[in-house]
Write a protein that binds this ligand. Structure first.
Ligand code: MIC
Ligand code: SF4
Length: 639
């Protein structure tokens, strides 16, 4: 039987385990990337391992998330990142160079390589045929130390593309279609592999848009073959030597098949407040729009901006709309400057934003009260924009640009622009001067905002306390650990912990710490798909700091589950979903014989208030059980 592309790459990187679906395996990681919001903690963790320098093939540290510097904290973090990168052998991509995933795709991603990034959209590099996964900062720190990365050998779903997209229908619509089919939960330990004759009609940046938002389905990664288009992209980036052809064997067997006829697709949008809430644009036409933002790691490539500009050309944005454009990288910005696209955007009334995450992470451009914001980014989670009452729709650059002119949700197929001539350039402007190569000579600078990574205590003999909070389904890491205005505390755990569950229950932090101060262990009770979204390990570290010892949920997403184990919080799943309903917030709870239960994986949660026993199953591998026993991975590796 032939192999899938996914298993070809995994077998070439297998270090431990049997490469069979569902088995726990560990793989060698070739490349790593970090971004500043998760990176400070990742490098503090790397430092605590005591190694002189990184051991993997390529490590890059990007500064793209916290670039709005209100107060000293972000600038101090950047200095820490610059100096620690120099000392430990990491390439430093300065603020202004662009968004990690876009820049990595342009300058470093290679077909057939493995990439681990401390950001959930690392799978963007799947667009070039790299096996690229997101993980918590600690897992990336360990990968930089040359320690293999553990995953469950995934099930592989074939997504077979036929035909070609019609004008004004784009890669964003392909992935929104995939989201419509697969949703935002229940796709753990799965890889999407794109095949079929439609693949060759898509350029690498278009493939990257599709691979990027596979993260919203919760898959480990998405993969495109490496073919003539990949070769052309790498050559245009002056990296022709990085090309290798790679694809699944023709007789490869997949676990599932989903077919999409590209030529039948129409413009789609993800509606509030989930990337999986898909509607046709024709159903939304005419709705007044207040803000349009084009950018983010999903849709900020040169071609994306060229298409948006072609639609805007000769028009001016509606007086009721604010249009912001954030080019994904400095390379994109240089390209659009040189060919006049930037001028077109400015003339149309666009506000040119920094090449960074910016609006996507709620760092700026919060929309007005009750307003409608159209964005080309990948997440429209509740309150992420900084304005809880706003309604965010995720759309293609084509829809965004055309709606900015009309002032209402509009179908771009009604635009009079001719975008058929827009082609991939044969050569991009290559300027690597915003990368700093390590000299191994600088002293590491630490501002007052930078603390030590906190470690947990070993699992105690008694785990007794309260259900500090009970939440519903699809709780994202943005609910648990807000970004936006709070992002600058990423390096300061005691301060950041004050904002855990801020948008859900602003009293959570105080309540949890007061239980903790009485010596109790806290419990979080959650519904399905807990911890979806970002890779931010702060969504485990800060609750840990507040005394949380167990998350009892209907289901938990992959990256968050790993982060919980890494920091010694028990991920427990209800054996019977119905039991979730039996516990109320504030109930007194105890885990019966936690140490013995850890061995067997079978826990009994005794609800003292209701006097009932609830069977729970530990969601952890044998390796993770060991870290849970000692209070987390740091305690284990530091020994
Ligand atoms: C996101 O898009 O949610 C982020 C911000 O990039 C996160 C990382 C973080 O929280 O720092 C992610 O996707 O992992
Ligand atoms: Fe940055 Fe947004 Fe991409 Fe996250 S999703 S890496 S915040 S642009």
């Amino acid at each position: 039987m032939g192999q899938t592309q996914c298993y070809k790459i995994l077998s070439g990187h297998l270090v431990n385990g049997v490469l069979e679906k569902g088995e726990s395996i560990s793989i060698k990681i070739d490349q790593t990337l970090t971004q500043d919001a998760t990176g400070t903690m990742a490098y503090l963790e790397f430092e605590s391992l005591g190694l002189d320098k990184v051991r993997n093939e390529l490590a890059v540290s990007y500064v793209d998330h916290n670039t709005v510097q209100v107060g000293f904290e972000n600038a101090d973090d950047h200095e820490y990142l610059r100096t620690v990168a120099d000392k430990k052998g990491v390439i430093y991509s300065r603020a202004g160079n662009g968004i990690c995933h876009q820049v990595h795709l342009e300058r470093f991603s290679k077909p057939g390589k493995t990439l681990l990034g401390s950001d959930s959209h690392t799978p963007t590099a799947g667009g070039i045929g790299s096996f690229a996964a997101g993980a918590g900062g600690l897992d990336v720190a360990l990968a930089m130390a040359g320690i293999p990365f553990s995953i469950i050998a995934p099930r592989v779903v074939e997504i077979r593309l036929h035909g070609a997209l019609r004008p004004f229908v784009s890669a964003k619509d392909v992935i929104l279609k995939v989201l419509e089919k697969f949703g935002v939960k229940g796709n753990v330990n799965t890889v999407f592999e794109y095949t079929g004759d439609g693949v060759k009609t898509l350029s690498v940046p278009e493939r990257a848009t599709i691979a990027n938002m596979g993260a919203e389905c919760g898959v480990t990664t998405s993969l495109f073959p490496s073919d003539e288009n990949t070769k052309a992209f790498l050559e245009a980036q002056g990296r022709g030597e990085d090309y290798i052809p790679l694809s699944a064997d023709p007789d490869a067997e997949y676990d599932d098949l989903y077919e999409i006829d590209l030529s039948a697709l129409e413009p789609l949008a993800a509606c509030p407040h989930s990337p999986g809430n898909i509607k046709k644009v024709s159903e939304l036409e005419g709705m007044a729009v207040n803000q349009v933002l084009i950018g983010s790691c999903t849709n900020s490539s040169y071609m994306d901006l060229k298409k948006a500009a072609a639609i805007l050309k000769g028009h001016h944005i509606a007086p009721t709309v604010s249009l912001g454009v954030a080019p994904g990288s400095r390379e994109v910005l240089l390209m659009i400057t040189e060919d006049g696209t930037l001028e077109t955007l400015i003339k149309a009334g666009a506000r040119i934003l920094e090449s960074a995450c910016g609006f996507c992470i709620g760092n700026h451009q919060s929309p007005g009260t009750d307003s409608v914001s159209l964005r080309t980014s990948n997440r429209n989670f509740y309150a992420r924009s900084g304005t809880p009452s706003a309604n965010l729709y995720l759309v293609s650059p084509e829809i965004a640009a055309y709606s900015a002119i009309t002032g209402v949700f509009s179908d771009p197929r009604k635009s009079d622009a001719d975008i058929s001539e827009i082609k991939m350039p044969e050569r991009f402007i290559i300027d690597d001067s915003m990368f700093i190569k390590p000299t191994f000579s600088l002293d590491i600078k630490r501002g007052p905002n930078i603390g030590e990574p906190p470690a947990n205590t070993p699992l105690p003999e008694r785990v007794k306390g309260h259900a500090v909070i009970k939440v519903g389904d699809k709780i994202t890491t943005d609910h648990i650990m807000p970004a936006g205005a709070r992002l600058k505390y990423r390096s300061n755990i005691p301060r950041y912990a004050e904002f855990v569950f801020e948008s859900v229950d602003p009293e959570f932090s105080k309540r949890s710490s007061s239980y903790r101060d009485k010596g109790e262990s806290g419990f979080i009770i959650a519904g399905a798909s807990y911890g979806q979204g970002s890779s931010r390990e702060h969504a485990a570290i800060c609750p840990m700091y507040l005394g949380i010892r167990a998350v009892c949920a209907v289901s938990i997403e992959r990256i968050h589950q790993a982060n919980l184990c890494n920091f010694g919080i028990l991920p427990l799943i209800f054996r019977s979903e119905e039991d979730y309903k039996k516990i109320d917030q504030g109930d007194e709870l105890e885990l019966v014989s936690p140490l013995e239960s850890l061995e067997s994986g079978e826990f009994i949660l005794h609800d003292i208030t209701k006097n009932i026993d609830i069977p729970m199953e530990l969601f952890a591998s044998e390796e993770q059980k060991k870290m849970l026993k000692v209070g987390g991975r740091l305690n284990e590796v530091r020994k």
